[in-house]
Design a protein around this ligand. Structure first.
Ligand code: ZN
Length: 72
């Protein structure tokens, strides 16, 4: 017989800012720390604009790399 592993309904998440397990889910995808003012919206990309720039550079590098392959 399988005994399901007991999981708390709303597990407390450790806050990356103050290291306290006081992060609660707020709304659909947002997490807020009750101890400090840390908050993160998981529906937004973590790196934001910087991530987009990095992705752009990566795509550009890939195009250059493929170009090199085609010419060799
Ligand atoms: Zn915190």
């Amino acid at each position: 017989m399988l005994v399901p592993y007991h999981q708390p309904h709303d597990p407390q998440i450790e806050c990356p800012q103050c290291r306290r397990h006081s992060v609660v889910r707020h709304g659909e995808s947002e997490y807020v720390c009750l101890n400090c003012d840390f908050r993160r919206d998981l529906s937004q990309p973590y790196l934001g604009g910087f991530g987009n720039v990095m992705l752009g550079l990566l795509a550009f590098g890939l195009v250059l790399f493929l170009g090199q392959l085609l010419h060799s």
